[in-house]
Design a binder for this molecule. Sequence first.
Ligand code: MG
Ligand code: MG
Length: 277
Amino acid sequence: MARHGFELKTPQQIIMMREAGLATAAALAAVRAAVRPGVTTLELDKIADDKIQELGGHSNFQLVPGYSHTICASINDEVVHGIPAANRVLQAGDILSVDCGAEIGEWNGDSAMTVIVPGAEESELIASRQKLSDVTEQSLWVGIAALAKAKELNEVGAAIEDYIVSQGDYGILEDYVGHGIGRSMHEDPPVYNYRVRGKSPKVVPGLVVAIEPMVVSGSAATKILSDGWTVSTKDASDASHWEHTVAVHEGGIWVLTAEDGGKSKLAPLGVVPVPLV
Ligand code: MG
Ligand code: MG
């Protein structure tokens, strides 16, 4: 079922992908529950890995050449691809983005969340970090809602960009984008987080994509740190990353990495996800 160079999934395949999606969601939930000052990102990595294995899967990040961890943990000015380490100790008020993926059978899930490490006194900084995370998360849901109604995939990025611009002076990363997902974690087509001109893949049943806005409080210019992985803002501004794996099928859409398929977050946006049975 190749189309535009990527594989459309059958309903049965999407149902199998849901297993990987739910394992990914469970791993992130376990990490979220463990986030507190004093915890290291390497400890969070083990929590995610244990949960995925408990659910019969394995980490697909470990299948990426050169990468040996289960999560990416990116703190403050780090946007994505932060490497878990025993000397990365969370502090109250840090803004932490955690990206994770599970593979079960031959199918993949991919999801990310941002958490403000609890325990800090209220301050302008903490409030601005919370708003950055909230804006990024909501831009993801706005993008997912757009996908539910879109004829062309590039409508998703336009919706994400319009929402973020309406919320303040934020930067949207352009060097890193979302992607198709299935037998591999990263497949065609690219899923932009901003408006692009030109030809767009059609939104058709069987399309499964990871949508993942990466948003910063300053300039969107980034650099890669000396570890060869960590993507950090050049101006040291804070960053947030949220991601879900979403399937399009004959009956509608279903968010494979959300426990409820996205129902609670999409209802206010006028979209009712439809499960595959
Ligand atoms: Mg990811
Ligand atoms: Mg991804």
